[in-house]
Design a protein around this ligand. Structure first.
Ligand code: FE2
Length: 330
């Protein structure tokens, strides 16, 4: 009750100096029944705020808990064991990754997200995936990933990111799943106050789980200062994502490019929690097929990653490669 009142107060004003984003959440039933009000909410949330939630996807809750348990089990393994599952060389990214991404701060300085740990795998499972032998990460990862994939794809079809309007089909393209583990921070984080700096996802669309927080192995509610922040109307606002039955969806840059700015990519970052708090979640990215060729007139074509002017050709493969080059620490 106390928490409900606090949330209500936070939504009405702002909390702890942070603005709160009023996350629009529709029910799974209203989505599948194509309820007109729910469809209108879905569209306005994604087109105006860049984020929407769906509550009550069947089997979601049990799969999310199984996945978080496995993510914690894997993260607790000794570092030398986890390192065995890091990509060997070249541009392959599947498996374990620790502190590999960098972000540009508003003052222009690039900083590394050194507390961010990931495990990447294709969904559905793929021969290129690598899985730990010590514990079963594969089953819960693939199970929750498939659910996130099915729901995200259904929403992409509904808002016409897929199908005749864009001409893009992802039936033959695997999703990219990413387990995320944000390590506890012992310092006051002057250099980088974020677990993950401000950025846009480079693919078409993203499904997100709410995050789970732990102190000394005990789950705690999401701290008010921490978590996902989304930029709306020029300001980063905190997304209150404390319901484990809600799946969230955001827009990626290639979604913006292919629609010529009809929908905008979601700018977001993850604020650190103070103290010895760990955070677990998962993101699932929807790539276009590598050979997808667009002639976008989006404002994003001015970005050097696009490689030309408005209306010039660019493949998804190029956009992806150039994005990796910019944000991955060699
Ligand atoms: Fe992201």
């Amino acid at each position: 009750m106390k928490r409900l009142v606090l949330t209500a107060l936070c939504v009405a004003f702002s909390c702890y100096g942070q603005s709160i984003l009023d996350l629009d959440v529709i029910s799974y039933e209203s989505f599948t029944a194509e309820d007109p009000d729910a469809m209108a909410t879905l569209r306005s949330a994604l087109f105006e705020k860049g984020i929407v939630g769906v509550r009550g996807v069947p089997t979601y809750k049990e799969k999310i808990y199984r996945f978080i348990d496995a993510a914690r089990e894997f993260s607790a393994l000794p570092e030398e064991i986890k390192e065995q599952y890091a990509p060997a060389s070249g541009d392959m990214f599947l498996g374990y990754e620790k502190g590999k991404e960098k972000f540009k701060r508003p003052d222009g300085k690039w900083v590394v997200d050194d507390l961010k740990v990931s495990y990447y795998g294709y969904v559905p499972d793929h021969p290129a995936n690598k899985w730990p032998r010590e514990i079963d990460l594969q089953t819960p990862f693939e199970e929750i990933g498939q659910l996130m994939s099915d729901m995200g794809k259904a929403i992409m079809e509904k808002i016409e990111l897929l199908g005749p309007t864009t001409g893009i089909s992802i039936d033959e393209t695997p999703r990219v799943g990413r387990m995320l583990y944000y390590r506890k921070s012992f310092d006051s984080a002057v250099e980088n106050p974020y677990w993950c700096g401000a950025h846009f996802d480079h693919s078409m669309f993203t499904t997100l789980l709410p995050a789970f927080y732990f102190v000394n192995g005990e789950q705690i509610p999401e701290p008010m200062e921490a978590g996902l922040f989304v930029k709306v109307d020029g300001e980063f606002k905190k997304v209150i994502a404390d319901d484990p039955d809600v799946m969230m969806f955001q827009v990626g840059e290639f979604g913006q490019l292919v629609t010529n700015d009809k929908i905008k990519a979601t700018e977001h970052r993850v604020h650190k929690a103070s103290g010895v708090i760990e955070r677990y979640t998962m993101a699932l990215f929807f790539d276009a097929p590598m050979e997808t060729l667009i002639h976008s007139t989006s404002e994003l074509t001015a970005d050097a990653r696009y490689g030309g002017a408005s209306g010039s050709p660019c493949t998804f493969e190029r956009w992806r490669e150039e994005s990796f080059k910019r944000y991955i620490v060699k």
